[in-house]
Design a protein around this ligand. Structure first.
Ligand SMILES: Cc1cc2nc3c(=O)[nH]c(=O)nc-3n(C[C@H](O)[C@H](O)[C@H](O)COP(=O)(O)OP(=O)(O)OC[C@H]3O[C@@H](n4cnc5c(N)ncnc54)[C@H](O)[C@@H]3O)c2cc1C
Length: 333
């Protein structure tokens, strides 16, 4: 048995089994909706749901706007209508499972690995800037990592992985070297930033939240974009800004780019002439009209929540212009 799910203001309907989430059923039916963590934490998949009631799973109450539901956590109890902020049809079979080979494993900081992965000969990885892959671990669980390379470099994948003490994939990383293989599936995630839009873009990231931002800015550089972009990269100390030299390269290829480093260590902030403090404080000093911008924020969930609160409550940003990937820890849902 399955229920019929209708997308408001369209003639699109798709089936959803009672034990399936509305998000999973939509993705299976080739409908792309905004989402990121799939764990009820980030709030990206929030939408109004009308008609039959739903069975709710775990959800971070702060991430659920009034009158909406998290589609990654709802199972239908009858036919219903959903009203996502935006949606589109996806390409059938766009997602691939691949066995990739480690080409290079380097340390960009004492606790950050950069993995360069090669795809099997003749295979291409199709993804959009801001999307992520899932690595399958030997026990069958999965971890999510954002692609750090631009989509046009489709015969390889670059990942930036922060070492989490005691973490399962972190332990695998310790011995991972050139020639080793990993099972991955991609793409996942739906960051609805139009790379060709002319509006100012504010990218805010903490630590390895830099990875999807790098993909996005490499993509803009490839498009020779003149879009005004402010990059705010936050870290506890200077080592956390682990690919600082990449920013200098963009300053040559992206004429609209302005870079703000936000460093919590006072000595390192002074040495780098960086903003001393956290990214959520740094963005209040930017003197940009955030109400006219798109904001893209990636990193640890508390950082993403703090930036969202400042953008929406202090800077007047419309909620639909705040895009985020919260690096929610633990196995991927
Ligand atoms: C959409 C998405 C994209 C992501 N992209 C990236 C990325 O590009 N780079 C990246 O480094 N990470 C990213 N992550 C986080 C990543 O998926 C893993 O959660 C992380 O690498 C830890 O995996 P692990 O197997 O080493 O640790 P686990 O075995 O999952 O965790 C071990 C223990 O550490 C805790 N823990 C895990 N992570 C953290 C943390 N960050 N802070 C505090 N405690 C923690 C766990 O709760 C657990 O108790 C992303 C997560 C999501 C949801």
């Amino acid at each position: 048995m399955s229920f019929q799910i209708h997308i408001a203001d369209s003639d699109v309907r798709f089936p959803c089994a009672p034990d399936e989430t509305l998000l999973d059923a939509a993705l299976k039916a080739g409908i792309e909706l905004p989402y990121s963590c799939r764990k009820g934490v980030c709030g990206n998949c929030a939408a109004a749901v009308r008609g039959a009631p739903v069975a709710r799973g775990v959800a971070n109450a702060e991430a659920v706007p009034d009158g909406q539901e998290l589609l990654c956590q709802c199972r239908p109890l009858g036919d219903l209508t959903i009203a996502p902020g935006h949606w589109r049809r996806s390409e059938p079979d766009a997602r691939k499972q691949l066995r990739v080979k480690v080409f290079r494993h380097t340390l960009a900081a004492p606790d950050v690995s950069v993995l360069q992965l090669r795809l099997p000969t003749g295979q291409r990885a199709k993804f959009r800037a801001g999307q992520y892959l899932q690595v399958r671990l030997p026990d069958g669980s999965r971890r999510a990592y954002s692609m750090a390379n631009a989509p046009h470099e489709s015969d390889a994948l670059q990942l930036h992985v922060r070492h989490v003490p005691g973490g399962q994939f972190t332990q695998r990383l310790a011995s991972l070297q050139a020639g080793d293989e990993l099972d991955v599936e991609l793409p996942f995630g739906q960051v609805a930033i139009d790379p060709a839009a002319p509006t100012p873009l504010v990218c805010v990231c903490g630590g390895t939240g830099f990875a999807p931002v790098k993909s996005l800015l490499d993509d803009l550089a490839k498009r020779r974009s003149t879009r005004p972009v402010v990059l705010v990269w936050g870290s506890r100390d200077r080592q956390g800004l682990y690919l600082h030299e990449q920013v200098a390269r963009w300053q040559r290829s992206l004429p609209g780019l302005r870079f703000v480093a936000a460093v919590e260590d006072a000595d390192d902030a002074a040495a780098l002439q960086a903003f001393h403090g956290r990214v959520d404080a740094a963005i209040t000093t930017l003197a940009i009209d955030a109400a006219l911008a798109d904001v893209y924020c990636c990193g640890a969930p508390p950082m993403v929540n703090a930036v969202k609160a400042v953008c929406l409550q202090q800077l007047g940003l419309a909620p639909e212009r705040f895009h985020s990937d919260a690096f929610v820890p633990g196995p991927a849902a």
